[in-house]
Design a protein around this ligand. Structure first.
Ligand code: FE2
Ligand code: FE2
Length: 364
């Protein structure tokens, strides 16, 4: 992890440069910004892994090999790369770095805390979490180092102490983190493959690191897949089917609305935000069928029609936020769009899902 830079009398005049990055104020928390999580550590420690212990042990062995130990080393390509970006691209790229760094760091905090709190009672699980915390710390640190190329840095210590933590019981942690790892894999690999074919759109050398990087996320996702299989109740029965649908929808809808809202970043890479998200959603949905009992019917024509309504409502919400009106007026303007969003989400949730055994029986 990169410690936040401290201004000394010598560096104070140069704040906001790569040598003395300014501490960036964290973006305001909204439903679209990455969250920090906490859980029931006692329940995690007491978890019986015996139904799938061999697979978890094999995954831990993979983690021990630490394939990317020497991967995250900056090279001369980074020198001067930040100066080549025009102001607009620079703004959207820094936003991307910040969001990615925050979500990698959120993973680090959760995994680190889990490994620390369950060490005595559940050593295998604790070791897996410690290895994943190691990877996420590397990812967050590498992104934060790139931010310092732009004269900015996230104060991770401040974030740790001041960001609100969302409590999820262990099952919900499994669904949410499994999905964020797998979606992270598909997001990074899709960008990497696109830039491999279109090297002129590679706006910053960090993208060269995405191929090995996303293999970390893939392994983390496989770990949660194995963990859910060790807790069969988390992926069988009506309750599990409802919660899996809910988490798939929440993750896909949030990503779609957020990415379309910052489509300029994808344009800078020569990608269309909507097409990119549709690809990532289709792939993550397909992958999830290996462990979730149901997945969403993302091919249904109504699916993206409804997501587009969320995008439009979100535009109206942002417009109301940015207006000069006093707070109660803003609230009144926003209310109908919140109601419309809730109704759209309910309709999306009620769309018939696909039973995973019908989806891809070969891989289950
Ligand atoms: Fe990561
Ligand atoms: Fe990860």
């Amino acid at each position: 992890m990169v410690p936040p830079a401290v201004a000394t009398p010598e560096t104070a005049t140069a704040i906001g440069t790569p040598d003395a990055p300014a501490i960036k104020d964290p973006v305001k928390d909204t439903i679209l910004t990455p969250r920090f999580y906490t859980t029931d550590f006692e329940a995690m420690a007491a978890m019986d892994l015996s139904p799938n212990e061999a697979e978890l042990e094999a995954i831990c062995e993979e983690f021990r090999k630490d394939y990317n130990r020497h991967h995250f080393v900056r090279n001369e390509e980074f020198e001067g790369a930040a100066e080549k970006l025009d102001p607009d691209t620079r703004r959207v790229f820094v936003e991307f770095l910040e969001q990615s760094c925050t979500s990698e760091f959120s993973g680090f905090l959760l995994y680190k805390e889990l490994s620390r709190r369950i060490k005595q009672k559940n050593p295998l699980l604790a070791e897996c979490f410690a290895h994943m915390a190691r990877d996420e710390a590397r990812h967050a640190g590498f992104l934060n180092k790139s931010m310092s190329d732009f004269g900015l840095q996230l104060d991770l210590g401040f974030l740790t102490a001041n960001k609100a933590y969302t409590y999820f019981k262990p099952e919900y942690i499994f669904y949410a983190t499994y999905l964020s790892e797998k979606i992270g894999y598909w997001r990074y690999i899709a960008i990497f493959r696109h830039l491999e074919k279109n090297p002129d759109s590679k706006i910053f050398p960090i993208f060269n690191f995405f191929e090995n990087w996303c293999q970390d996320e893939n392994r983390h996702g496989d770990f949660f897949d194995a963990l859910m299989k060790a807790q069969p109740k988390s992926v069988t029965g009506l309750r599990a089917r409802l919660w899996c649908r809910f988490f798939l929808l929440a993750v896909f809808a949030t990503m779609y609305v957020r990415d379309v809202a910052r489509k300029e970043f994808y344009e800078a890479l020569g990608l269309d935000a909507r097409d990119y998200d549709k690809y990532v959603i289709a792939k993550t949905n397909e992958t999830s069928a290996r462990v979730f009992p149901v997945v969403l019917n993302v091919e249904h024509p109504k699916f993206y029609e409804r997501l587009e309504r969320l995008v439009r409502n979100n535009d109206q919400l942002s417009a109301a936020d940015q207006s000069e009106a006093i707070a109660p007026v803003k609230l009144l303007r926003k209310l109908p769009f919140w109601v419309a969003n809730a109704a759209e989400m309910a309709k999306l949730f009620l769309m018939n899902p696909i039973r995973s055994e019908h989806y891809q029986p070969a891989v289950r």
